[in-house]
Design a protein around this ligand. Structure first.
Ligand SMILES: Cc1cc2nc3c(=O)[nH]c(=O)nc-3n(C[C@H](O)[C@H](O)[C@H](O)COP(=O)(O)OP(=O)(O)OC[C@H]3O[C@@H](n4cnc5c(N)ncnc54)[C@H](O)[C@@H]3O)c2cc1C
Ligand code: SF4
Ligand code: SF4
Length: 630
C-alpha cells in the first residue's frame, strides 16, 4: 500500500469517528446520520475525480512523449503518380501487404533482384523480372537495393522499411580517383552495375589520367602510363581510349576479354540503360541495334501509305539519295569483319528513318492535301531540313541504341578491339597492387594462369575495372589446370561457370558446391525448364551428374532450388552426395573421399568438373590496396 493510500484511509476513519460524535440527535444508519453518509459520498466522489484527472494527465503525457521518442512516424512506401503512370495505370490494384512491384519498361533482366531475394518472390519471365510469389515477401528490400537501373525497376511497396544500399569504394565522383592517389576505380565495382555507365567511365577516366600525366613530372622507373585491371565493358573502353590517345598501357584480364558478357545466357537481349543517357565511350555502339525485332527497322514509316503513292515514291527517292552520305559516315565505324553483314541492315534502317522523318515533318504542318504541304513546306527549305534530319539520324544510330543481342554485341566489340589493335593480356590475374616507395608509380603483381608464372609491371596510374564477380574460388587440387581430349579437342577439365547447359549432352559431370549457383547448374544439366517447372531431359540429351556438397547446402539456397534439386534426386536423374569431396583428379576419372574421415570412397568415371564454390569478394582485394569501402 502506498503512503498516500494509507493516509486517505486514516483520514476516513477519523472522519467517521468525528461524524459519529457530532451527530448525536439525528437518526443513525449503520452508525452515521444521513448527512454523514452524504458527506462521505461527496468527499469520495471529489477524491475519485482528482485521482482520475491526475492519472489521465500522467498517462496522456507518457504516451505523447513515448510516441515522439520511441516510434517516429515513418511513411508507408506507396507508388507515386509518376510511377503509376509508368505502369500505365491510375490506381495500383495489387495486394495491400509489402511486396515488390516491377516496372517492365525499366527492367534489363539482369537477375540481380532474383538473386538477392531469399524467399523466391521474384523470377525472370520473358526476359524481365516478375513478382511470381508476392505473398512470400518478407520486406527486407534487398531486391530494390540490388536493382541497378535508375530509376529502380524493382520497388518494394506497402512497407515502412528503408532500403539499405550496398557499401561501395571511396572515390571522387568527377575523376574516379580512390582515396589512394593515382589509383582509379570504374564500372560495376564502384557501385553502378550498368554497361553504358561502365563504358562511359572507362573513356572518362583515361581522358582524365592523360590530362593529369601531361602536367606530372616524368617517372623513368615506370614502364607504362596506365595499367587497366579487368577487361569487361569498362576496362575495354578504358583500354581502347588509352590506345587511341597513344598512352603506354597494359590491360590485364583474368579470363577472356568481355567474359562477363560471354557468360550471359545465349541469345540474351542486352539493354543499354538508362535511355536518358547517350552512348559514350571507347567501344562504339555503331552497327548495333539493327535487328528488326527490337529496334524498329520494320516499324519506321509504317503508316506512310496515307500520303498516297506519288508522294510515297518521292519519299523513297529522297531517302535513297540522302542515305548515301549517312552510310559513308557510319559504315566505316562498323568493324570490317562485320561490315558485309551489317551494312545492308544499316542502309535499310537509315532509309526508313529518313522516310519517317519527312512524314513526321509533313504531319506537323497540317493534313489533307499532302502534295501541296510537301511543296510548300518541304521543297522550299529542302536542304536545311534534310541536313537536320541527317544529323539527328546519325546521332541516333551512334548514341541512342536501346540494346542488342549478346552475340551481336560480342561480335561488334571484340572485332572492333582486335581491328584497332587494342592489346589485352588475357588469362592473367592481378594479385597485388602497391604504391612504390621510390617514385610516383605502382607495382602490379600478376599471375599468368595458363603458364602459372608470376609477372610484375610498373605503371604510373592504375584503373581498377574488376566488376563484382571477383576471382572464382579454386578446388586446390594439384593438377586443377588439367586438360583432356574430348571429340578431338583439348579442353579444360575444371570449369568455374556454366554458361549454356545445352552445350553438355551425354557427359559425365561432377558439380562441386552447395550454393544456389551449384544447385541450379546441377539441375540444369539433367533437366529442362519451362517457367518454374522442370522436366527430365530426354535420354539423348541427358548427362550423368553428381553434385558434391562438402557439408550442407548453404542457408541462402532458395526454397525453389532445393525443391527442384530433391525432385531430380528422387527421380533418380541426379546423384546428390553430402560430406564428399574430390581427392584426386585424373584425365577420365575422379577419386572421391569422405570429408570428415579422409577415407577414399570410390573412383568414378568423369569428363568435366564444375567448381561452383563462390569467389573471392572484390572488397578484400580493394582493401589490400588501401581503398576504403563505405
Ligand atoms: C545476367 C546478367 C545480365 C545483365 N544484363 C545487363 C543488361 O542488359 N544491361 C546492362 O547495362 N547491364 C547488364 N548487366 C550488368 C553488366 O554486366 C555490368 O554492368 C557490366 O558488365 C559492368 O562492366 P565492368 O567492366 O564494370 O565489369 P565486368 O563486366 O564485371 O568486368 C570485370 C572484368 O574484370 C575481370 N577481373 C576481375 N578480377 C580480376 C583480377 N584480379 N585480375 C584481372 N581481371 C580481373 C573479370 O574477369 C571481368 O572480365 C547484367 C549482368 C548480369 C549478370
Ligand atoms: S528481396 Fe525481400 S523485399 Fe524483395 S521480394 Fe524478396 S523478400 Fe520481398
Ligand atoms: S534487378 Fe532490376 S533490372 Fe535487374 S532484373 Fe531485377 S528489376 Fe530488372
Amino acid at each position: 500500500m502506498k503512503f498516500v493510500q494509507l493516509l486517505i484511509c486514516l483520514v476516513f476513519i477519523a472522519l467517521l469517528i468525528w461524524m459519529r460524535q457530532i451527530s448525536g440527535v439525528e437518526a443513525a444508519y449503520g452508525g452515521l446520520s444521513w448527512t454523514g453518509w452524504l458527506s462521505i459520498l461527496l468527499a469520495l466522489a471529489a477524491l475519485g475525480l482528482i485521482v482520475v484527472v491526475n492519472d489521465s494527465s500522467r498517462a496522456f503525457g507518457f504516451f505523447s512523449t513515448w510516441d515522439k521518442q520511441a516510434a517516429p512516424q515513418v511513411a508507408v512506401r506507396t507508388l507515386s503518380d509518376l510511377e503509376l503512370a509508368d505502369l500505365g495505370t491510375l490506381k495500383y490494384r495489387g495486394p495491400k501487404y509489402p511486396h515488390p512491384v516491377i516496372f517492365p519498361e525499366r527492367c534489363i533482366g539482369c537477375q540481380a533482384c532474383v538473386d538477392a531475394c531469399p524467399h523466391d518472390v521474384l523470377a525472370i519471365v520473358d526476359g524481365v523480372a516478375s513478382a511470381v510469389a508476392p505473398d512470400l515477401c518478407m520486406e527486407d528490400t534487398a531486391c530494390q537495393a540490388e536493382c541497378p537501373v535508375n530509376p529502380k525497376a524493382c520497388i518494394v511497396i506497402n512497407t515502412t522499411k528503408a532500403v539499405v544500399s550496398r557499401p561501395s569504394p571511396t572515390r571522387d565522383g568527377a575523376s574516379y580517383q580512390t582515396n589512394v592517389p593515382g589509383c582509379y576505380i570504374i564500372g560495376d565495382v564502384s557501385g553502378v552495375p550498368l554497361i553504358k555507365n561502365a563504358v562511359k567511365e572507362g573513356a572518362e577516366v583515361i581522358a582524365h589520367i592523360a590530362a593529369e600525366l601531361k602536367t606530372a613530372s616524368a617517372e623513368p622507373k615506370a614502364d607504362y602510363d596506365v595499367a587497366i585491371i579487368g577487361i569487361g565493358p569498362g576496362g575495354a573502353s578504358a583500354a581502347a581510349t588509352a590506345h587511341n590517345l597513344r598512352l603506354r598501357y597494359i590491360g590485364i584480364e583474368q579470363d577472356r576479354t568481355l567474359s562477363t558478357i560471354e557468360l550471359y545466357p545465349k541469345g540474351k537481349y542486352i539493354f543499354f540503360k538508362p535511355d536518358t543517357k547517350d552512348w559514350f565511350g571507347g567501344i562504339p555502339a555503331t552497327g548495333l541495334g539493327l535487328s528488326k525485332a527490337k529496334y524498329g527497322a520494320s516499324g519506321a514509316g509504317a503508316d506512310e501509305s496515307i500520303f498516297g503513292n506519288e508522294l510515297a515514291l518521292e519519299f523513297e527517292k529522297v531517302a535513297r539519295e540522302q542515305s548515301v552520305p549517312l552510310q559513308e559516315e557510319l559504315i566505316p565505324k562498323i568493324p570490317g569483319a562485320l561490315r558485309g553483314e551489317l551494312a545492308p541492315l544499316l542502309a535499310e534502317k537509315i532509309e526508313k528513318e529518313l522516310i519517317s522523318s519527312i512524314a513526321g515533318f509533313l504531319r506537323s504542318k497540317g493534313s489533307g492535301d499532302w502534295m501541296n504541304l510537301y511543296t510548300k513546306h518541304f521543297v522550299s527549305d529542302r536542304d536545311n531540313i534534310l541536313s537536320r534530319f541527317r544529323a539527328a539520324i546519325a546521332d541516333q544510330l551512334q548514341t541512342k541504341i536501346p540494346g542488342d543481342q549478346r552475340e551481336n554485341i560480342l561480335g561488334v566489340w571484340l572485332s572492333g578491339l582486335a581491328e584497332n589493335g587494342v592489346k589485352i593480356n588475357e588469362y592473367e590475374s592481378c594479385k597485388t597492387i602497391a604504391r612504390a616507395d621510390d617514385g610516383d608509380y605502382f607495382v602490379i603483381g600478376t599471375e599468368r594462369i595458363l603458364e602459372k608464372s608470376q609477372q610484375t609491371y610498373k605503371a604510373r596510374r592504375v584503373v581498377i575495372a574488376i566488376g563484382l564477380r571477383g576471382a572464382p574460388n579454386k578446388l586446390r587440387l594439384p593438377n586443377e589446370d588439367l586438360k583432356f581430349r574430348i571429340n578431338g579437342n583439348e579442353e579444360s577439365k575444371v570449369l568455374y561457370s556454366l554458361t549454356n547447359p545445352a552445350d553438355y549432352r551425354g557427359r559425365r559431370i561432377v558439380v562441386v558446391g552447395g550454393g544456389n549457383v551449384a544447385v541450379e547448374a546441377a539441375v540444369d544439366l539433367v533437366s529442362t525448364r519451362s517457367g518454374a517447372e522442370i522436366s527430365p531431359r530426354s535420354p539423348k540429351e541427358m548427362n550423368d551428374v553428381t553434385l558434391l556438397v562438402r557439408d550442407f547446402l548453404a542457408p541462402t539456397v532458395k526454397f525453389g532450388n532445393k525443391f527442384q534439386l530433391y525432385q531430380c534426386a528422387d527421380d533418380g536423374i541426379l546423384n546428390l552426395r553430402f560430406g564428399v569431396a574430390i581427392k584426386e583428379m585424373r584425365e577420365n576419372e575422379l577419386v572421391l573421399q569422405d570429408v570428415e574421415t579422409g577415407r577414399d570412397l570410390e573412383t568414378i568415371p568423369n569428363d568435366y568438373v564444375f567448381a561452383l564454390i563462390g569467389g573471392e569478394r572484390p572488397d578484400r582485394f580493394l582493401q589490400s590496396i588501401g581503398i576504403t569501402i563505405t
